[in-house]
Design a protein around this ligand. Structure first.
Ligand SMILES: CC(C)(COP(=O)(O)OP(=O)(O)OC[C@H]1O[C@@H](n2cnc3c(N)ncnc32)[C@H](O)[C@@H]1OP(=O)(O)O)[C@@H](O)C(=O)NCCC(=O)NCCS
Length: 393
């Protein structure tokens, strides 16, 4: 048991504080999911293999992989119509709601229709997690159909009605056309890189919620709510907005200078735990450059490199994963408003794994605060006529 009588340490933003133990991922100079280096997984595993690894602790056998792909696909293909019906009246309001709000609402509705009130045992939680990993991308695609005024299309199947892996199916749904093998691989790599990242803000929020004895859907709602913020997942959408605003390499220096002079952060740079650069950003940046070679997207890559060089020189800051991810999603023809929701789709695997881990070895997460308000003082005597109780309120 923790000694709560020893002097408390205050670290703003909990920086450097070890807030729990996990067997899911580690940052020992490089990011590993259950011991496997993330670059190796990005090069050699698909999203379902990685999600299975995070949830179950080991990479799947070929049979386990096929069965997992099938379960996730079935969950995506069978969204309860009550969930879509609950979103429909919200789809045409002006100004339009953010897609992240729609996902957060949808997961809340899912929890209600599935009567998720209290966490079940491990096998119940794993089944719930696998369902959610399939349901969330299908709901994302359904929301885009609703907001475009189209009928909600069905979740795609492979040849002969076979289950289609998530990266290929989601890309097809988001763009309304089948994805090539190369596009699917690239998109899948982003999902693998976004899948898990130990005690980041959204994962910690999700763990905190379920540490109270609350249910998985409530934990996921908290995760989505935290990821929405621009200092976390919301950064990938702003990265593309920034690049569009700068427009060309010759404007990069003046733009960065202005922004820094105004004390505004530049999205896609800096990281709480990677002070010497994010290896995921290096890996995906290389893929973004290769994908752009010989296409008009090469100009955007040149601009991104120029901004990165200026940021390194001016602030000593290197890009984080959101920097190349935004360019990759843009190159794949995806609209900016789905960039952070795609991060949600990927991180569902990490969040659910953490929720199961927290529930499996729970202690209420309840830190302390350092009080900085007025010193102890005495309540002044109240005049009777001023007391709200005497005024009939
Ligand atoms: C990710 C982030 C929130 C980490 O924050 P942090 O660990 O609290 O780091 P700090 O805010 O202490 O940053 C240290 C210094 O670098 C500066 N800095 C950090 N990131 C910066 C950025 N992206 N642009 C400009 N300056 C930045 C801070 O202003 C601070 O400068 P100061 O010491 O002069 O005040 C921060 O780097 C950031 O806001 N990045 C942009 C958003 C982003 O890309 N988020 C995605 C993260 S994966």
């Amino acid at each position: 048991m923790t000694d709560t009588t020893s002097p408390a340490v205050h670290s703003p933003g909990l920086a450097g504080i070890v807030a729990g133990r996990t067997a899911i991922s580690s940052l020992d100079g490089r990011l590993r999911y259950r011991g496997y280096a993330v670059e190796d997984l990005a090069a050699g595993a698909d999203f379902e293999q990685v999600a299975f690894l995070l949830l179950h602790g080991e990479l799947p056998t070929a049979d386990q992989h096929a069965a997992f792909v099938r379960r996730v696909w079935q969950a995506a293909a069978a969204i309860d119509p009550a969930v879509v019906a609950s979103l429909a009246p919200l789809a045409h309001r002006e100004p339009a709601a953010s897609v992240m709000d729609a996902l957060r609402t949808a997961v809340s509705v899912l929890g209600q229709v599935e009567l998720d009130n209290l966490p079940g045992n491990r096998s119940v939680l794993v089944a719930e997690a696998e369902r959610l990993i399939g349901q969330v991308p299908a709901i994302l695609a359904a929301w885009l159909d609703l907001t475009a005024g189209r009928p909600v299309a069905s979740w795609p199947a492979g040849p002969g009605g076979e289950p289609m892996p998530l990266a290929r199916a989601l890309l097809a749904r988001l763009r309304g056309r089948p994805a090539s093998d190369a596009e699917t691989r690239l998109f899948g790599t982003t999902l693998v890189l976004y899948a898990e990242h130990e005690f980041n803000a959204s994962t910690f929020a999700a763990r905190t919620v379920v540490s109270t004895g609350s249910d998985m859907h409530s934990g996921i709602c908290a995760g989505i709510a935290a990821l929405k913020g621009p200092l976390h997942g919301g950064a990938n959408e702003q990265v593309l907005d920034q690049l569009c605003e700068i427009g060309s390499t010759d404007r990069a220096e003046a733009w960065v200078n202005e922004r820094l002079a105004a004390k505004r952060v530049i999205m896609g740079f800096g990281h709480r735990v990677y002070k010497d650069g994010d290896e995921r950003a290096v890996l995906l940046g290389r893929l973004a450059r290769e994908t752009a070679r010989g296409t008009p997207a090469e100009q955007l890559e040149d601009l991104a490199d120029r901004v990165a060089a200026i940021m390194l020189e001016r602030k000593g800051l290197k890009p984080n994963l959101d920097w190349p991810a935004a360019r990759v999603y843009h190159a794949l023809g995806l609209p900016v408003r789905v960039f952070t929701p795609i991060f949600v789709v990927a991180r569902m695997s990490g969040w659910t794994a953490h929720i199961i881990e927290q529930i499996g070895d729970n202690r209420l997460i309840r830190p302390m605060s350092a009080y900085i308000g007025p010193p102890p003082r005495t309540l002044p005597p109240q005049r009777d006529q001023e007391h709200p109780r005497d005024q009939g309120h």
